[in-house]
Design a protein around this ligand. Structure first.
Ligand code: ADP
Ligand code: ADP
Ligand code: MG
Length: 646
């Protein structure tokens, strides 16, 4: 086993790898960017070194040569790449080897073989693995591609051969839409991957995404069963589970065998995932799955496999990379129970899942779940990297029991300081079709309106917020109010767009009568715990003027300072601002142009996603303040509308 390894990553995966390393007695070296000086992964490592000259990945976590020289200087023998960043970069793997270090992962040639989706498909066809019918040849002439699509018959999917993270993909339903979709897929592929090439695939109508975890030692491979990742939004995974609902022994055996065949065909070493698309229209059948791509790294959702197999995949990675043979044989691997993982992100769901930033003033997970997280209370979600806060992972004896556990773990998760997708995840965990195992990749889009609707704030939550705001939760007889004369106080709070006033009559240390929106709520303290109209009062956290009530996934309130008049004034609807730091991808507005509310005026690329910036009202563009390619700060004015006529 290694004595010391360097982890060339950040966030939850860096922390996850360090945990296993520590358990095995392996020392860890962290690297960090300027933005991550105080990050959890830095504090968790035995040693940590600053890299690069700025927070952007290209100036920090992607600097392979610098990372390798830190590994050498610190005496690390191997480098774990985590996922993302350099994990699937064959040049980096070669450079690690050339420096006399071990790359904890597959060979450069295995990564190259799977790096481009088209070449991987050809290879898999040759290895006898079923692939989605389609065209994955070299001819990129638009007419040729259109003919290929016509032959495959619609609907078809255009995919960037270099694609990843759901980018460069377009669904085409009719031949007349093909040319336009091809252009836009190629455009996105060029900006995202520097490679415009695409392949054409038959679009599976009721698709399920089922992937198989494989593990190889360079010669032989085993599989650790499947994960179902069909709950997706825009081709990005949201909730994953293992095993797949409705899976039959026949199909599991066929998929496992195909995945092992794929891994062995490229001499795969380490942890990898073979992703298949499955036609869910007529139930699961041993001949109803096709190879999509292979991810040559540890996957984000690996914990669900760990929980049903009892295998620590990072431990296996370290063992095999250090020269040991495969730690388990196929016949020793079994499935125990069911596991779910939900990805908790800092994002504003009602605003179209807009990624958010902020400082986590409070962060707590229930003991009933495994929470893999790269942040702690007090840490910031910066605009530079993936806005994932944590993965909430649960295990139960059956799917129903595990889903029940997921629901309650999400209900008990407490986050303050940023908006999150917690309520959305909770709604998904409670979705009736999902509970029945009716999963396909279209589920979220079909029911988006219900799933994304924010929980409506109730008077009890407003009361709890007001009690927090006035410091009336911890009252004691010594707090200073007179016991003889009832004390009246009031506070103004806002929740989203709504501003309300809460009045209280304090009747003693254990009784308060609140009036909010003309509704009366009695707060009574019994045995030290407050009850609101007879129901337990939810927990409250406060940070400056921000108050979070931990009930139904959390409601945030802001205390309005009566002396600060601007606080309640509406925002300036004349100016379209960048909601976060990012790159201006396109500006559609021109001075003098008339626009309607909701018109797309610019596109900002930030946190790996494109955000359309819309006109907040009808009007005329007065001034365009940004151009394509500008790097802008949060709050930068991009477009200004003329003053609205009154
Ligand atoms: P998985 O298949 O393991 O669930 P993804 O394929 O969504 O995960 O992403 C795997 C890794 O690649 C993650 O580290 C993620 O942050 C990173 N990633 C995903 N999409 C992009 C993108 N568009 N640009 C850069 N990195 C990405
Ligand atoms: P990426 O590299 O971006 O992860 P994939 O090829 O793995 O791209 O596809 C991402 C997702 O797109 C899949 O999980 C699935 O939901 C959907 N998808 C891909 N191929 C097809 C197909 N042929 N038919 C229907 N859906 C598909
Ligand atoms: Mg994929």
């Amino acid at each position: 086993m290694f004595e010391k390894i360097l982890i060339a990553n950040r966030g939850e995966i860096a922390c996850r790898v360090m945990e296993t390393a520590r358990a095995l007695g392996v020392k860890t070296v962290a690297v960090y960017s300027d933005a991550d000086r105080d990050a959890k992964h830095v504090a968790s490592a035995d040693e940590a070194y600053l890299i690069g000259n700025g927070p952007a990945p290209a100036d920090s976590y992607l600097l392979g040569a610098e990372i390798i020289s830190i590994a050498k200087a610190s005496g690390a023998q191997a480098i774990h790449p985590g996922y993302g960043f350099l994990s699937e970069n064959p040049e980096f793997v070669d450079a690690v080897g050339a420096a006399g270090l071990t790359f904890i992962g597959p060979s450069a040639s295995a990564i190259r073989a799977m790096g481009l989706k088209d070449a991987a498909k050809v290879l898999m066809e040759e290895a006898g693995v079923p692939v989605v019918p389609g065209y994955h040849g070299d001819n990129q002439d638009p007419d040729h591609l259109q003919k290929a699509a016509d032959t495959i018959t619609y609907p078809v999917l255009i995919k960037a051969v270099a694609g990843g993270g759901g980018k460069g993909m377009r669904l085409v339903e009719r031949p007349e839409d093909f040319a336009q979709a091809l252009k836009s897929a190629q455009g996105e592929a060029t900006t995202a991957f520097g490679n415009p090439d695409v392949l054409i695939e038959k679009y599976i109508q009721q698709p399920r995404h089922i992937e198989v975890q494989v593990f190889g030692d360079g010669k032989q491979a085993v599989h650790l069963f499947e994960r179902d990742c069909s709950l997706q939004r825009r081709h990005q995974k949201v909730i994953e589970e293992a095993p797949a609902p409705g899976m039959t022994e026949d199909m599991r055996a066929a998929m496992g065998q195909a995945a092992v065949q794929a891994a062995e065909a490229i001499g795969y070493k380490g942890a990898g995932t073979v992703e298949f698309i499955v036609d869910g229209a007529n139930g699961l059948r041993p001949d109803g799955f096709w190879f999509m791509e292979m991810n040559t790294r540890l996957q984000v959702e690996h914990p669900v496999t760990e929980l049903i197999t009892g295998v620590d995949l990072v431990e296996w990675q370290l063992r095999v990379a250090s020269g040991e043979s495969l730690p388990g044989r196929q016949q020793d691997l079994t499935i125990n129970g069911h596991a779910f993982e939900a990805r908790l992100y800092a994002e504003d769901v009602p605003k179209g899942f807009l990624p958010a930033t902020g400082t986590l003033t409070h962060l707590e997970f229930p003991a009933s779940c495994r929470a893999d997280s790269g942040v702690r209370a007090g840490d910031a979600i910066s605009p530079w990297y993936d806005p994932m806060i944590a993965k909430v992972i649960v295990h139960g004896p059956s799917r129903a029991a595990a889903l029940q556990k997921l629901s309650s773990a999400l209900e008990q998760t407490q986050v303050a300081g940023t908006v999150t997708n917690l309520a959305f995840l909770g709604a998904l965990a409670g979705h009736k079709g999902f509970a029945c195992g009716e999963v396909d990749t279209g589920l979220i889009a079909r029911d988006l309106e219900d799933l994304a609707a924010p929980p409506i704030v109730q008077v009890a939550q407003k009361t709890a917020a007001a009690m927090g705001a006035l410091g009336l939760v911890q009252t004691t007889p010594e707090t200073g109010f007179t016991l003889w004369e009832p004390l009246h106080r009031s506070v103004q709070l806002s929740h989203q767009e709504e501003v309300f006033v809460a009045d209280v009559q304090v009747d003693g240390p254990d009784r308060q009568i609140w009036t909010i929106d003309d509704v009366e709520v009695i707060a009574n303290r019994r045995g030290g715990a407050w009850m609101l109209d007879g129901m337990p009062m939810p927990q409250v956290a406060q940070s400056g003027p921000e108050i979070t009530v931990f009930d139904r996934y959390g409601f945030s309130f802001t205390v309005i300072d009566p002396l600060d008049r601007d606080a309640s004034a509406a925002g300036d609807s004349n100016v379209i601002e960048a909601p976060m730091p990012g790159l201006v991808k396109a500006v559609f507005a021109t001075a003098g142009q008339s626009v309607k509310e909701g018109d797309r005026l610019a596109i900002l690329e930030a946190m790996k996603m494109e955000h359309a910036l819309l006109a907040a009202r009808d009007g005329v563009v007065a001034e365009v303040l940004a151009t394509d390619g500008d790097q802008v700060e949060a709050g930068a004015a991009l477009v200004r509308l003329e003053e609205a006529a009154v």
